[in-house]
Design a protein around this ligand. Structure first.
Ligand code: FES
Ligand SMILES: [Fe+2]
Length: 404
């Protein structure tokens, strides 16, 4: 039996609405299958275009087994390459971010142009063909400043997602944004537990006092069909009258979802007192309280857009038991610290929330590794979102076998 069929057997033995078995989180062969079937085949959120605003600015990341570099070239085109030298394979950029005139391999100084062309390779002899040794491109798409990459040779369609997400993000004017703050948190748990934890707020009351100053989970946006509550409907109508798409849109395969929710009474932002953190609004709708636009795209990102700032999250697996969560606070590029915003006020809620979530993920990871763990069942009231994620994972893995 191949390793992948072992993984599929574990997936197929799951009952409807049941949590995953311990092996699906802990087994290193399952992890390799997750990389091969999900992380190496899907579009992965890398970063924002405004993080690499000038030619030569780059960011690097690890997508499963693939180190990747995303760079803005001389013609302002955002490109992605495998971060592996065409000589003997060394990683070229080791920093997570930087700015270079050319991409120079540290090993023997092969030098590549920002469009990947090999410009210089010393002492390679007369028969050496430079034009056959350019950096290998990685598929790269940009939608509303979000740079997505795919390391597969033939990536899945991106246009459907682009068309669906653009109207939601566009009114938030991310092109005018900068990163006010970034946090990188390594969670000692399998990546699926990180996303599962994001997809329910059943745990919020017992764990997230800071977040609950302004966030209320709206159970009718979990991603399953059902009645929409009247408060949510009113919020959608109010925001859409101001030009902000808000009705929930969900991918037919469940890979992405966008919707807007109201915050708790009186709150307009994710701050300790619920008041705005930044004096610059990102949207121009004129609606006084737009709540939070939520968007996720499996397996690598979830996002919240408020009136005064946006928070974007990127998930990357580092190993079977380790996941990197990168959080960025996006504000209007003209907003000045000390004048238009106070960094502490802006960033108090999410680092606390992320750390609480980290602890939950780490405790879950230890618990599901116990031979005594038997998977329980998701609440039909409070855990439809997490069930939707687990269903997506199982169906996506099964589809790969059918060549879907
Ligand atoms: S491995 Fe890059 S120059 Fe030799
Ligand atoms: Fe949480």
């Amino acid at each position: 039996m191949s390793e992948f069929s072992k993984t599929l057997e574990l997936i197929n033995s799951r009952m409807p609405r049941q949590a995953l078995s311990g092996k699906l989180y802990h087994d290193v062969d399952v992890y390799q299958d997750d990389l091969e079937q999900i992380w190496h085949k899907n579009w992965i959120f890398a970063g924002h275009t405004f993080e690499i605003e000038k030619p030569g600015q780059y960011l690097s990341l690890q997508v499963g087994k693939y180190p990747v570099i995303v760079v803005r070239d001389q013609n302002n085109i955002v490109r992605a390459f495998h971060n592996s030298c065409r000589h003997r394979g060394s990683r070229i950029c080791s920093a997570e971010k930087g700015k270079v005139a050319k991409l120079v391999c540290p090993y023997h100084q092969w030098t590549f142009d920002l469009d990947g062309k090999l410009l210089f390779a010393a002492n390679m002899g007369d028969s050496f063909k430079s034009d056959e040794h350019g950096l290998i491109p990685v598929h790269c798409q940009v939608v509303e400043t979000y740079v997505y990459i795919c390391v597969a040779e033939s990536p899945p369609d991106f246009n459907q997602f682009r068309d669906a997400v653009t109207p939601f993000i566009s009114p938030h004017n991310l092109r005018d944004c900068k990163v006010a703050y970034e946090s990188n948190l390594v969670e000692k748990g399998n990546w699926k537990l990180v996303f599962e934890n994001n997809r329910e707020c059943y745990h919020c009351n017992g764990n997230h006092p800071e977040l609950l100053n302004s966030f209320v989970e709206n159970l009718s946006v979990a991603g399953v069909a059902g009645a929409v509550d009247p408060e949510l409907q009113d919020h959608w109508n109010k925001c859409e009258a101001g030009g902000l798409p808000s009705h929930m849109v969900m991918d037919k395969d469940g890979q992405y979802r966008m919707t807007r929710i109201p915050l708790s009474k009186g709150a307009v932002s994710y701050t300790m007192n619920g008041k705005a953190a930044v004096n610059h609004r990102l949207d121009k709708s004129g609606v006084d309280n737009i709540g939070a636009l939520l968007y996720f795209h499996y397996p690598s990102t979830w996002n919240h857009f408020l009136g005064d700032f946006a928070v974007t999250f990127r998930v990357l697996p580092l190993g079977v038991d380790s996941t990197l969560v990168t959080t960025k606070w996006l504000i209007h590029k003209d907003a000045q610290e000390g004048k238009d915003y106070d960094l502490d006020h802006l960033t108090k809620v999410w680092p606390a929330t992320n750390d609480q979530d980290r602890r939950l993920v780490e405790e879950s990871y230890i618990g599901v590794g116990s031979p005594a763990y038997t998977p329980g069942y998701f609440s039909e009231v409070a855990e439809n979102g997490v069930c939707q994620f687990v269903d997506w994972y199982c169906e996506t893995m099964k589809k790969q076998v059918k060549g879907g």
